[in-house]
Write a protein that binds this ligand. Sequence first.
Ligand SMILES: [Ca+2]
Ligand SMILES: [Ca+2]
Length: 366
Amino acid sequence: MEVVITDLENPRGVGIDREGALLIAEAGYGEDAEAPILRTGRLTRFLDLNGDGDFLDPGEAERWLDNLYSFNSVNKYETGRDEVSGATDVLVHEDGRVLLSLDGGIDQSGGTFILFELDGDGTLLREIDQNSNMTGIGFAPDQRSVYATQSTHNSLIEIGLENGDVRHIVTFEDLYSGQQAVPAGLGVDPTTGDVLVALFSGVAKAEGEACRFVPEAMCDGRYLPLIPTDAKVVRVDPATGSVTDEVTGLTAAVDVAADSEGNVFTVEMAADHAQLFHLGVDLFLADLPALHGGYIRFSGRVTMYPASGGDPRVLAEGLDQPTNITVAPDGALYVSTGQGTPGRPIPGPQGRTEIVGEVLRITGYK
Ligand SMILES: [Ca+2]
Ligand SMILES: [Ca+2]
């Protein structure tokens, strides 16, 4: 495993184009700015032109979209968790077009949710408006439509690229402790055309089975942000909408991908929740204490489930809140880490550190 790019601002989806360049969505600082000029979400194309292993030389980082919506749910949705949303997932079409999903957040008028379509040079071609966020996007096998997970609706949909028609595929049922499914990332299994969906899991009311990991005193009907092992990855037949469990017993399952052989890779963002912020917290203050702030930092992992049915293998662990995985055409895995307010002090493995957005590459796992 190696760090490919560091000092990113909430890297999310990664696309790889025909030249091998990385198209990286960054959700930004989560400033929730009114003025577009102050918004920090963006889409950038990174290509190592001189082959020296970095993207720091002239022309190697080309900004395609800038000033995209960026917000933090800590105050906007009063979650107490340092979670930044905005630019979300990226796809590169065989013909070079690039798609980017954007979560502009819910407001009184409903919200702003856009699927951007750009050509292979970064020119904006179209904005396809949606009525919910698209936490993960993936091409149908013929690349004439896009599957998208809607975490606010607990649904999987299909968006036609000719005219933007939307087809509802399935609404996911509640999970084990009664919490909403909250679909996060998705991956299309190229060997079957099935859609694999990571069900992150939502807040659970502290009663019954939801209390099995907390002291009895906390089993008082309050809302628990996360129940470990209640997340899962499901397999959806997009033609019928039928859903079967693929991998159960996960925690904060945030993304999933499959490679050309049908091996499945899951990403768990964190092992549990921890140290929520009080309402109204200013996450940009320089003297904030080093708190987890929602989920345990440095407790994310990537696991491979071999197509052969063999034992799962942990490919990377101790990751700081990974959010996305992409399988490159050459089989390399790209994983985005460092969810949360960039630069915020957090507890690290060796003591106080800060949130840094990075894209990692995992190779040699077969
Ligand atoms: Ca370079
Ligand atoms: Ca992904």
